[in-house]
Design a protein around this ligand. Sequence first.
Ligand SMILES: Cc1cc2nc3c(=O)[nH]c(=O)nc-3n(C[C@H](O)[C@H](O)[C@H](O)COP(=O)(O)O)c2cc1C
Length: 322
Amino acid sequence: MEQSGPEEFEVAIGSAISAPEAFGASFDEAPAADALELGEGLEGDPAIAFRRTLGMFATGVTIITTRTAEQVHGMTANAFMSVSLRPPLVLVSVDRRARMSNLLHEGVRFGVNVLEAGQASLSDHFAGRAVESAEEPRFELVHSTPLVEGALAHLVARVVRSYWGGDHSLFLGQVEFARYGEGEPLLFHGGRYERLVRDPRVFSVLPQELLEPILALGVERSYEDGDEIMRRGDPGHELLLVVEGEVQVERPGRSVTLGAGELIGEIEVLDPVGARIADIHAVGPVRCVAVTREALIAALEADPRAAVGLIEVLAARFRETA
Ligand SMILES: Cc1cc2nc3c(=O)[nH]c(=O)nc-3n(C[C@H](O)[C@H](O)[C@H](O)COP(=O)(O)O)c2cc1C
């Protein structure tokens, strides 16, 4: 990306943003509050259904920070977006009832702190939720703006314009400072914190020569189109290799089709009390090889190299989520 000096950004901002009067029209054209139609199967309070629908859009989590003469104030926000590279602009949407909404206005600087996977309690803290851990957030000042220590990325922006956004206000900020470190982000999806899991596979990443003796202990099983292969909540005491055909894997909010050569149920089989995490159905005729937990353990005992291989895979997975 080409670099440009601050002067260039200033000129660009001056010419790119229209005068406030230009936004009068869009205020008048705001849709009526009762215009929301719910899709089939969605019942009850439209506001809740709307919120849940929006919750399907996975985001990171930020803490928006600012400083007044007397205090540092932080607010958890996931309604943050990048807007422009040249000039560098970002936008945050703040509830008009939030204290932050009264603190931000043109010329005021705010920090955007992109939280790291282990900072869910900080998110709760700045969302005004009760948090058990007594750890106090620590700040450093950059461009006179408080930034949360340990965050994955930091931005300092100055409000250049604010907009009407219904019960929220939208603050457009010109970015003056940016940096990021290494790590995994905290995610927010379906009203819950989530983490990135790069690779949910365990057995399938074992080298072929270690996997084959395990699968050789399995028994063959056939399914017809639409047959249930696994049901969410059932005990997960075996893993299956799809040998022929396709299967449909349904998890809340996620659906994937897997074909020949794929393993299913490979995580639950390691956990003696773990239940199935997905519903799986046959798509057309399917042939599988099923390996029970007992057979699996016998195979691992027979070849400790497979057991060590498995421990290495699990250690890598743990490192990703720890
Ligand atoms: C994950 C998460 C994301 C949130 N995102 C926003 C947001 O984008 N905008 C907003 O106004 N409030 C958001 N909130 C709610 C505010 O953090 C909360 O209302 C906070 O108490 C407002 O703080 P204040 O009134 O002290 O400024 C979010 C809360 C959580 C837990």
